[in-house]
Write a protein that binds this ligand. Structure first.
Ligand code: SF4
Ligand code: SF4
Ligand code: SF4
Length: 448
């Protein structure tokens, strides 16, 4: 598979190795993050007039889904401010640029039974269940952002490295799944150099930088999911064996997962996109009402349906499709590994569902961004003269054709992925492709 090493260009390599550009972006984003929490607590309770809702759930979300994840994978994690204060305390190197060995963390190992992404699956599902209020009420957004912030600090104080990012962050699981699609990767240039490297400073750290904060050994990296692109290994590798490469889209899916936690992540993401589209953009008032009336009987019914779709209905139908594919291929091995492997087909499908959903959400709400820029707290300011720009949906004529194209592309992409992984999984891909086609038709029906 063709790869082009970006780090062979001295300017790119110097920019990535140097800590200052990353630190500058970190500092700006940390200030924005803290301001979003502040705005959520003290600003206007009207979501569309509050920085916390408009910049987090419209501007940041659009940037993440439409650009950062599809093209840069975990690029957002390379500059995300959430784990920063905890990491600084853990390293004892607040704003210092080299290891000092004066960290204050207990440095415990994350418990073995939890070394998977089930906790991330649960945390994303919880955020999704409460999304109706999180996405519209600044106070709740501020509470959620603060909880993530303090959980990240707390886990850094107790556990080694970035336990929050690796095992808990609801956003991290989602980015990790779809980072497999990005045409960008960090890998070692040759595993031979790693085999003869005794100290392994990329993992353990050295005077040049920190050991991998994501608990990844770069020499064993085969996919993007757990590499936070922090560039520490680029700084610490003494033999210049780390490369950042451009590669074809979805290269990681050629090596499908064997893990059920990762397979379920794919279902949760596809199912959540379908449910979000129905609740937030659909015309069903009763459904919206059920999602908003948290704690009521109808809300519990909504939760029951939500969880059944994500964890029972969709995976069961998929398992049936995989089983049918195994019968067609006359394979008699266990369904579970084939089910996990074939979940690769849901990765491009899910990403395109989220892109199509986000286009609708963002085109409808984008004008709030300019207004909130001038009046971030909803206090009647007009800092840049844009506070009174009236709300209007953008590109209304373009939206439906664009969403249709995106969903068709996702369908074709998932069919291609299913074909690629099917023979190694001992499955004929047709039933899985039909499943993806039906899911696409449902999504089309919900969006258009
Ligand atoms: S995993 Fe979450 S908290 Fe960690 S860097 Fe990524 S988005 Fe930020
Ligand atoms: S420091 Fe470099 S050569 Fe050594 S194990 Fe890490 S990536 Fe390989
Ligand atoms: S140290 Fe290297 S392998 Fe580890 S997260 Fe950072 S960039 Fe990825």
């Amino acid at each position: 598979m063709t790869r082009h090493e970006l780090t062979r260009f001295p300017l790119i390599k110097a920019l990535l190795k140097n800590r200052w550009p990353q630190l500058a972006v970190y500092a700006a984003l940390l200030a924005g993050f803290i301001f979003a929490i502040f705005a959520g607590f003290v600003g206007s309770p009207v979501g569309n007039h509050n920085f916390s809702i408009v910049f987090v759930w419209i501007a940041w979300w659009a940037m993440l889904i439409l650009a950062a994840v599809p093209f840069f994978g975990r690029g957002w994690c390379a500059v995300c401010p959430i784990p920063l204060p905890g990491e600084w305390l853990q390293r004892g190197a607040i704003l210092e640029l080299a290891p000092t060995g004066k960290g204050v963390s207990l440095g415990r190992r994350w418990p073995n039974p939890l070394r998977n992404i089930w906790m991330q699956n649960i945390s994303f599902t919880l955020v999704a269940l409460f999304s109706s209020v999180i996405l519209t009420m600044p106070l709740i957004t501020a509470v959620v952002l603060s909880a993530m912030f303090f959980l990240a600090i707390g886990s850094s104080m107790v556990f080694e490295r970035r336990a929050f990012c690796r095992y808990l962050c609801p956003v991290g699981g989602f980015i990790g799944l779809y980072s497999q699609i990005a045409p960008l990767e960090l890998r070692v240039k040759t595993t031979r150099a790693c085999a003869s490297c005794k100290e392994k400073p990329c993992y353990h750290g050295s005077e040049a930088g920190y050991g991998c904060p994501w608990q990844v050994f770069p020499g064993g990296l085969q996919k993007n999911s757990y590499c936070g692109l922090c560039m520490e290994c680029l700084r610490t590798c003494p033999v210049d064996n780390i490369a950042v490469n451009l590669r074809p889209f979805s290269s990681d899916l050629a090596t499908p997962t064997k893990r059920l936690d990762e397979a379920f992540k794919a279902f949760i993401m596809v199912g959540a996109a379908l449910i979000y589209a129905g609740v937030l953009l659909g015309p069903w008032g009763a459904l919206k009402d059920a999602a908003y009336r948290i704690g009521s009987g109808v809300w519990f019914a909504y939760v029951g349906v939500f969880l059944s779709v994500l964890f029972v209905l969709m995976p069961s139908l998929y398992a049936l499709a995989v089983k049918a594919g195994m019968l067609l291929a006359k394979t008699s091995s266990a369904v579970r590994p084939a089910f996990a492997a074939m979940s690769a087909a849901l990765v491009p499908l899910g990403l395109m569902f989220w892109v199509a959903f986000s286009l609708g959400f963002v085109f409808t709400n984008a004008t709030y961004i300019l207004a909130a820029l001038s009046d971030p707290l909803g206090w009647g300011w007009n800092l840049f003269g844009t506070a009174n720009i009236p709300w209007q949906p953008l590109f209304t004529g373009l939206l439906a054709p664009l969403q249709t194209l995106v969903l068709i592309a996702g369908m074709l992409w998932s069919a291609e992925t299913a074909q690629k992984v099917a023979s190694a999984a001992g499955v004929r891909p047709l039933p899985v492709i039909i499943y993806c086609l039906l899911a696409t038709l449902v999504m089309l029906g919900l969006l258009l």
